[in-house]
Design a binder for this molecule. Structure first.
Ligand SMILES: [Zn+2]
Length: 164
């Protein structure tokens, strides 16, 4: 299950889409272990380096842990037509869904802001589609970290009822 826990954590390619260590004794909706959270944050920070943010200079990296144990990365990608910009969180979710995932356990978001930056409203809604109980971890590069349950960040999320 938990291959890919190299100590250096440098070889991102080896860690993408690999099995993450399962939180010990954790079940759905239960807080993840510290080592898993730390790994997610580390992967998000590594991904952040690939962010394309020539306009805002606000680089964001995200790492999504899915129920399968696999992790998917995303970065913000800006565009000259500003409104086409996509957030790192949604990029990561879309990568996960593309790979067949349907349930998100946690997402880590890393920025270089003074304070950890939680997902924007649009991303909260998209995340909620795949797991209202997901743990949201926002961290900055200085090591500050804040966590929430997604349902707390987006109470009364929009829903069309039973979607799969
Ligand atoms: Zn967003």
């Amino acid at each position: 299950m938990s291959k890919g826990r190299d100590t250096a954590g440098n070889d991102r390619a080896d860690r993408l889409g690999i099995d993450a260590p399962r939180p010990e004794g954790a079940s759905e909706g239960v807080a993840l272990g510290e080592s898993t959270i730390a790994e997610l944050v580390q992967l998000a920070e590594q991904a952040r380096e690939s962010a394309y943010a020539p306009y805002s200079r606000f680089k964001v990296g995200a790492a999504v842990l899915c129920e399968s144990g696999r992790i998917y990365l995303g970065v913000n990608v800006e565009n000259a037509s500003y409104g086409l910009t996509i957030c790192a969180e949604r990029a990561a979710v879309f990568a996960a869904v593309t790979a067949g995932e349907r349930k998100i356990q946690a997402i880590a978001v890393v920025t270089d802001a003074d304070r950890p930056t939680p997902p924007c409203g649009a991303c909260r809604q998209v995340l909620h589609q795949f797991g209202g109980e997901a743990l949201v971890i926002a961290a900055n590069r200085a090591g500050r970290r804040q966590t929430w349950r997604l349902d707390d960040l987006l109470p009364e999320a929009f829903s069309l009822g039973s979607a799969e």
